[in-house]
Design a protein around this ligand. Structure first.
Ligand code: NAD
Length: 478
């Protein structure tokens, strides 16, 4: 049993009242660790520690901040196997995905370390020749970083490195459904020499997140999670005019034209929805297929869905693990039932998965519904599970209309060999990221985020620096 501890002011910390909750392994439903349930006093202590550390960290030369970040990246690489296994145990995501994610985490830390001594401003010529004008980028101060359970460290790797590189201090609140690797990352950061108070972690449920985002000494909030929580946080932040970045959900369309390489498109569609058991914000949960290729793609995707290997997420042969927790499991099964009740036809899956190894875990069959009405609940609401809705379309205009016909705007995929069409589509789609002839690709250099109900702000890429700094303009009269 792991006994996770929080990190407050450079020291490992239990909750001030000693309370803990269980970390549950979704593969067999057993507790594999305990996690402190922070009190409001713990949240306050963490924010105070971050505040005290802020001036020192802000004024630390960028090259020194970068050195520490590279040391952190080295340590993550050294510990990557263990971190990946722990994350697979905590949220059921297969090791095939969590292990490369740890390399991605280290890569992101290095990418932003490179900016720590390159936060350049501009010099601006003015009309008055005696005056000199320049800009600098300044950190906000104490950042609250709140993450979801589906990829705890990868989501954190979108927030923590740009926050640190730009001179902010942080208080992190991971999800109560998968907290352990985040507490471990903070322990590793302390070990490699991050000054006390620069990286703090408090653990617990939404109430802890609420106390953190309402804390009067938090200067910036970055949140990854569901829309309802995002709206609550944004409204709390509005009361104090604290800037917020929101990475929320999606109902992303994967659009297949008949002229595409259909084998690749089918592979991309399957990986796009069943990767991470569909529990990614960018899941390609709506597969839009041009009518002349529809029967072929529907049958090929359904056949492949039936072959997905379910099992222990720590086994390299496993293609899809359990969903991450019981509430999630029950919610997805009830969405499947409701879709059936509303007349949708499952061409693959549609049930709790059975089999010797799967009985005790939260396994759901990879599920495909065909001929789905684009206005139905199944095609409009995020499932956040291994459930695909296939929808036919007749022409480009209809594809765009259906693709843009939800409240979300996170990601979209376009499969075509027609170059001009690919540009028309990428222009027309409401999405923060569009993939052409690929799906779910990501890179430290490439900005990521949504539009519409999928949120605002950008992570990764140079754009992320803007989320953690404000521009100060300086005018000097000589
Ligand atoms: P969630 O909104 O329930 O929880 C996210 C985090 O917010 C958790 O740490 C939770 O404890 C905390 N929280 C809950 N209530 C809070 C409150 N009132 N104030 C402050 N914090 C609070 O989401 P979830 O179930 O953990 O994650 C699933 C959702 O996250 C899905 O909608 C998914 O699409 C989204 N997601 C988005 C991205 C992205 O980058 N766009 C990535 C992953 C997940």
């Amino acid at each position: 049993m792991i006994q996770a501890q929080m990190m407050i002011g450079g020291s490992a910390a239990s909750a001030s009242d000693g309370a803990v909750f269980d970390a549950v392994d979704p593969f067999d439903g057993t507790a594999w660790g305990t996690v402190p349930a922070a009190t409001a006093a713990d949240v306050d202590a963490a924010v105070r520690a971050a505040r005290e550390a802020f001036p020192g960290w802000r004024d630390t030369p960028g090259i020194r901040r970068a050195e520490l970040m590279h040391r952190l990246a080295d340590a993550i690489e050294r510990e990557a196997d263990r971190l990946a296994e722990w994350e697979s145990t905590d949220n059921g995501k297969v090791i095939r995905e969590t292990r490369p994610q740890m390399s991605f985490v280290a890569r992101n830390v290095r990418f932003f370390a490179g900016y720590a001594d390159k936060l350049y401003g501009r010099t601006i010529p003015l009309d008055t020749p005696t005056m000199f004008d320049y800009t600098v980028r300044r950190p906000f101060g104490v950042c609250a970083l709140i993450t979801a359970w589906n990829s705890p460290l990868a989501l954190l790797a979108n927030k923590l490195p740009p926050a640190l590189a730009t001179g902010n201090t942080v208080v992190i609140k991971p999800s109560e459904h998968a907290s352990i690797t985040t507490t471990e990352l903070a322990r590793i950061a302390a070990e490699v020499g991050f000054p006390p108070g620069v990286i703090n972690v408090v653990t617990g449920d939404g109430l802890v997140g609420d106390a953190l985002t309402r804390h009067p000494d938090v200067d910036k909030i970055s949140f990854t999670g569901g829309g309802p929580t995002g709206r609550r946080i944004a409204s709390n932040a509005a009361e104090r005019l604290v800037p917020v970045s929101l990475e929320l959900g999606g109902k992303s369309p994967n659009i297949v034209f008949a002229d595409a390489d259909l084998d690749r498109a089918v592979q991309g569609a399957v990986a796009g929805i069943f990767g991470a058991a569909g529990q990614t914000c960018v899941a390609g949960s709506r597969l839009l297929v041009e009518r002349s290729a529809y029967a072929h793609v529907r049958d090929a995707v359904s056949a492949r869905a039936r072959q997905v290997r379910l099992g222990d997420p720590r086994d390299r042969a496993t293609e899809m693990g359990p969903v991450a927790n019981r509430p999630q499991f029950e919610r997805i099964l009830s969405i499947i039932d409701a879709a059936r009740g509303a007349g949708a036809t499952a061409t693959a899956g549609g049930n709790r998965a059975e089999g010797a190894d799967l009985e005790r875990g939260f396994f759901i069959e990879p599920t495909v519904f065909a001929d789905v009405d684009p206005d139905s609940t199944l095609a409009q609401e995020e499932v956040f599970g291994p459930v695909l809705a296939i929808i036919p379309f007749d022409d480009e205009a209809e594809a765009i209309r259906i693709a843009n016909g939800t409240g979300f705007g996170l990601a979209a995929g376009v499969w075509t060999n027609d170059l001009a069409r690919s540009f028309r589509l990428t222009n027309a789609l409401d999405a923060g990221v569009v993939w052409v002839n690929t799906y779910r690709a990501s890179a430290a250099q490439a900005p990521f985020g949504g539009t519409k109900q999928s949120g605002y702000g950008r992570e990764r890429g140079e754009e992320a620096l803007e989320d953690y700094t404000y521009v100060k303009n300086v005018m000097v009269d000589t």
